[in-house]
Write a protein that binds this ligand. Structure first.
Ligand SMILES: [Cu+2]
Length: 146
């Protein structure tokens, strides 16, 4: 019985070690007012089927995973997701007008040129912390940064 448990534990451990998520191009848009929520964007790619469960940052009370959808009347609205599925090998890109991380209850204004840590928690890959640079108020992504 002991041997069997050890084998199960080893299998679980190696499955967790194999699941790797690559977080690339994180960025946030500068905010005009601290009283307004901020938004952060990034690109995720996982080697194995995984799920983004939550995100936290010291600069906001809480972070929500949001998708944007335009309904039949062309009204854009945000949809809150409890978790985001990451199918193996698929690139999931967060961008203005689409998926975003909503930074609720900002501790202060997000100033262009600053950066802040963001910790993402995945079901299999665990916690990954990245530094998020703050770009201009009209930025659409890291590639257009002057
Ligand atoms: Cu949102």
């Amino acid at each position: 019985m002991k041997l069997f448990l050890a084998a199960v534990c080893t299998a679980m451990f190696s499955a967790a070690a194999l699941a790797e998520v690559v977080v690339s191009d994180p960025w946030a848009r500068a905010s005009i007012l601290a009283s307004r929520p901020g938004a952060a964007y990034l690109t995720l790619r996982s080697d194995a089927d995984d799920r983004l469960l939550s995100a936290t940052t010291p600069v906001a009370d809480h972070v929500m995973i949001h998708a944007s959808e335009t309904d039949a009347d062309s009204v854009a609205r945000m949809i809150h997701l409890d978790a985001l599925d990451l199918p193996a090998g698929r690139m999931v890109r967060f961008a203005p007008g689409g998926m975003h991380l909503m930074l609720m209850g900002l501790a202060g204004k997000l100033d262009e040129g600053a950066s802040f840590p963001l910790t993402l928690t995945f079901e299999r890959a665990g916690a990954i912390t990245v530094g998020v640079p703050v770009l201009g108020v009209a930025a659409t992504g890291p590639e257009v940064e002057p």
